[in-house]
Design a protein around this ligand. Sequence first.
Ligand code: ADP
Length: 192
Amino acid sequence: MNIILLGPPGAGKGTQAQHLVETRNMMQLSTGDMLRAARTSGTEMGKIVADVMDRGELVTDEIVIGLIREKLQEGSEGGFIFDGFPRTLAQADALGELLAENGFALDAVVALEVEDEILVQRVVNRAKEAIAAGKEARADDNEESMRTRLMEYYKKTSPLIGYYHAKGALKAIDGLASIDEVQASLANALDG
Ligand code: ADP
């Protein structure tokens, strides 16, 4: 089964994806994680994306589509979870083509719904917790970048909700409930 987890920054896509990886043998494809790995690699691409990410803006479609193209070719027995991709209509179209080229179907698009003020609180807390644990917080987990990330989401990513709704693939779930409850609604959306 191949699915997209759609939702604003801080909605819990990564947490839910991790659970699906553990319980369903699926492979998580998080463009955010791939880009964070690229930026620490010291490559030219890494330097270019670091600034853009820290501001909370989107990196180019070309870069992220390239990252996904490579991973899809590897295949995954339990299917793929697209987490943080696609984020633009151009990426959504490209994903459709890549899936078709590799003979894969898109089984569901699950949108996690969470209010903005809660999202801002979550990422600000995530940064505080990281620092309290002696780790480095993500450079974009601060209120200013988070406001930009939210604006990018509404301008460029939220149109995908209509796009996948029109394709009959969209399921929306409440992302405000506890992690376990969200897990249960997600399982329902995928299996029901
Ligand atoms: P979050 O969903 O918490 O904002 P991610 O880890 O998914 O975080 O993404 C972090 C940053 O990486 C984004 O703000 C953006 O700069 C970049 N990014 C990740 N995925 C994409 C994508 N599909 N298209 C463009 N930029 C992306």
